[in-house]
Write a protein that binds this ligand. Sequence first.
Ligand code: AMP
Ligand code: ZN
Length: 475
Amino acid sequence: MENNFKFYNTLSRKVETVIPNEEGKIAMYTCGPTVYHFAHIGNIRSYIMEDLLVRALRYYGYDVKRVMNITDVGHLSSDGDTGEDKMVKGAQREHKTVMEIAKEYTDAFFKDFQAVGNCMPDVVEPATNCIPEFIEMVETLIEKGYAYFAGGNVYFDTSKLDDYFVFSSAVEKEQLEVGVRDDVEEDTNKKNKNDFVLWFTKSKFEDQALKWDSPWGVGYPGWHIECSCISRKHLGEYLDIHCGGVDNIFPHHTNEIAQSEACFGHKWCNYWFHVHHLNDRGGKMSKSKGAVLTVSVLQDNGYNPLAYRLFCLQSHYRKPLEYSTDALDAAQATYDKLAKKVASLKEDGAVDTAVFDDFKQKFTDTISNDLNSAMAITLVYDVLKADTNDATKLALINDFDQVLALDLYNNGKKLEESSTSVDAELEAFILAKIEERKEAKKAKDFAKADAIRDELLAKGIAIKDTREGVVWELV
Ligand code: AMP
Ligand code: ZN
């Protein structure tokens, strides 16, 4: 297979060609949601762009295995190990158990995740399923001298690494500053400022709902260890691609690398794919700020979730994206127009293979060049305008949809049907009203006849009496 699939690797700070550990196969890990609240449309932006990566790699011919964790324990309100467990806080807020809210928000997450056209990960693993694996990795880290026990917790000793700050990018520096601001409570058990908790037993978290026996006492795992372990459990010690939003770069991904490489004794993951944030007027959309604009809410307000997918695909994953209702309205209008156009294509003969191959090559080049999704959408327009028959256009749109997952044809057909049925319904209503008015006039009930005329006018329908009979028009 020709191999020229490139994307921006946060680790090397370069757009690089992907060279997998095993030819033709990609082992990919994705940080999943922390299920203490609904996933907002910002979280979903990250998952849409990661789905684009998975689909593009598969389109390119790779056999991708993608694993996602579900964080249902251990993620504290500050990524730097301070504050309360987000799950405990969520359960208290809703007067439910941690496991109840974990189930509720996991189900809600995957409903929205799939509504925007994402394919399910091959493996989904909740953190609470893997306690023995966490304990085993923490034991190895202690044995190898990378971890220490202090004040009831087990910590990773970052001073044992030659280079802890592996992502020394501008983004990491930005995150570092946020981390510093968040880290108001100083944990005096830490030997070094950046050390982080692998296992908690500290009584400070007395109301921790879920606790397990461990060699260090009853407790629960830190957040970072879960991703290192779940990834190893399903993908082994050599990972090709790790994904997440840019806020995960530091400290989460930095800590994952520290743990995994200290444990395995070799480089762990070659490519790091990070999606930039969805912002609203208040800045980064975030669950902790109480932002709960979800895909389901958009749907309840009459938007098609795939119009939100289109909105995301129109921008590059490495640029922050500004959300507003106007921007989404524009995406919905574009989506409907495109969908209707695609649905109007007729199966009118044989596919022109020369045209098909030419466009397919362009599309492949576009998506494999650091996932140029905006250009991929432009190619959809180019196909629709191309000088070829409808059958070729349809074949191309369907082919591209393996990557774009916009389902334009089916949604266009639905739009066609609904607009015809609305028209028919409206016409039947108007004709019935005209008939009713005729009867009222016959009975000399002119007040009623006028009331019917006014009722229709209020609905934007003007009727006029002409010599040929009553006519109507929309005003
Ligand atoms: P969480 O549930 O908070 O652990 O986040 C789930 C995923 O969403 C992670 O990959 C985050 O990096 C990502 N994320 C969080 N906030 C945003 C945002 N405003 N825009 C895009 N991605 C985000
Ligand atoms: Zn993670």
